[in-house]
Design a protein around this ligand. Structure first.
Ligand code: PFF
Length: 448
């Protein structure tokens, strides 16, 4: 069943750097703080951690089992593991979701580039009286926003062209340690600000009055989005793991490091927000409007601002690389394209839809479907519908449909896995994950 000639990650560090690189992204540093800010702070964090442990880790294991068990892209993995072609359709959901996410994600990733250069430019001008809301509005509604998203996608494509080991693994091995060092520097700075305790209280003290079923769905969508789950990213990366990679350990490490980064992002952002009397519930604009004005009031503010947007850029890049690989692996293995053609096709589709997403803040802002702009529609449909649906189907498939021997052999791998751990994961995949995801999913959509 296995294709031995397939590319593989060279080292264990490469496995962790690539999977954590995929998981850690705008979802942790941009999306998590504003979702937590708007939905009960510590209450949201608690629910989120619960979902990561109970639903996230088993579903990562399921993707790892399918990926390494078949050494195939998501569509090929379903085909190889089951004779009925219907299951392979779930593969299409993943590929569609990956292209939708790449399109809107590259817009925000492009903003990080604009703000990185704006921060450098601030060395040469006086920024103290600048209206940050105005700056964001003018930029996001103009032509520079689609321009940056296209530039970002071209950088992303160039790395992917270099292949699995020389492109994806090498870049992740370099960027992830840099990212962690920058994060720690920011935490130290934030914790020493006057009034930091108030920000920490906001992040860690639960306010359950703001929690309802839509918040639960939001937290579930956030957990899946943050772990890059439900669309086959982890499956595709696991298809490049060696036989020696311990799946359960790698899944747990990825989930824990990803959650740590989300918490660190909260520790960076909320003390700063409270210390400068800003609004913690500002939503998606929190990072682009509120933070720059805070940075410019700090000592060495230009340096902090430049470093912060560089951090966001690095985090976005390792994530877009991973989501692009889903479609690229599909195009090369199922449609017989060269890696070059597959990368160009993936980049071309993302440039087209990414531009539409970018314009939905400006000239296309009046164009809505079900009351949502193109950007918001892509975000909502992929994160809140396709990812949970994909995750639910993957857990059912691995828990109930495929041969138990494959599941056990993959989970046990080369090392000895304690029997109770194995049983717990199998139990979660059969019952907890599908039922848990289904309940939150249908309640959040108002169906039950
Ligand atoms: N996990 C990434 C983040 O938190 O920003 C987003 C993401 C990456 C989602 C890869 C989906 C994906 F396939």
């Amino acid at each position: 069943m296995e294709n031995k000639n397939r590319a593989q990650f060279a080292t264990r560090l490469g496995v962790i750097a690539t999977t954590v690189g995929s998981a850690v992204g705008l979802g942790n540093i941009w999306r998590f703080p504003y979702e937590a800010g708007a939905h009960g702070g510590g209450a949201f964090l608690l629910i989120y951690i619960l979902f990561i442990l109970m639903l996230g880790i088993p579903v990562i294991c399921a993707e790892f089992i399918m990926g390494r068990g078949t050494r195939s892209n998501i569509f090929g993995a379903y085909r190889k593991l089951h004779s009925r072609p219907q299951w392979a359709w779930v593969g299409y959901i993943g590929i569609l979701a990956s292209l939708m996410i790449l399109s809107f994600y590259s817009v925000v990733a492009g903003w990080t580039l604009e703000y990185f250069f704006q921060s450098i430019g601030a060395c040469f001008s006086d920024t103290s009286s600048v209206d940050r809301h105005q700056v964001f509005d003018t930029f996001a509604t103009g032509w520079r926003s689609p321009m940056w998203s296209i530039i970002f996608l071209i950088v992303n494509g160039c790395i992917l062209l270099r292949g699995v080991q020389k492109g994806i693994e090498k870049v992740s091995n370099i960027l992830m340690p840099v990212l962690f060092v920058i994060l720690i520097l920011f935490c130290i700075n934030s914790l020493t600000l006057p009034g930091a305790a108030q920000g920490l209280e906001f992040l860690f003290l639960p306010d359950f009055s703001k929690v309802d079923s839509s918040v639960l769905l939001g937290a579930l969508g956030q957990a899946f989005f943050s772990l890059s789950l439900g669309l086959g990213t982890m499956l595709t990366y696991a298809s490049y793991f060696s036989d020696k990679t311990p799946l359960v350990k790698s899944a747990t490490t990825t989930a824990l490091l990803d959650t740590l980064v989300a918490i660190l992002a909260g520790i960076i952002i909320f003390p700063a927000v409270f210390s400068f009397n800003a609004e913690p519930t500002a939503g998606p604009k929190l990072v682009f409007e509120v933070l720059p004005s805070i940075f410019y009031q700090m000592p060495f503010g230009i340096g902090w601002s430049t470093l912060f947007f560089f951090l966001l850029f690095l985090a976005s890049l390792t994530s877009t690389i991973s989501m692009s690989e889903i479609a690229i692996a599909f195009f090369t293995e199922q449609l017989g394209m060269t890696r070059r053609a597959a990368t160009l096709l993936n980049t071309g589709i993302a440039i087209l839809f990414g531009t539409l997403c970018a314009l939905s803040f400006g000239s296309l802002s009046d164009f809505t479907i079900c009351g949502l702009t193109i950007f918001n529609l892509f975000d909502y449909v992929s994160s809140n519908i396709l990812l949970p649906l994909g995750g639910m189907l993957i857990s059912i498939f691995v828990g109930w449909v495929i041969d138990k021997k494959i599941v056990k052999a993959q989970l046990q791998g080369a090392g000895a896995l304690l029997p109770w751990v194995l049983n717990l994961i199998v139990f979660s995949l059969r019952y907890i994950a599908p039922i848990g995801i289904a309940l939150v999913f249908f309640a959040g959509l108002g169906i039950i």
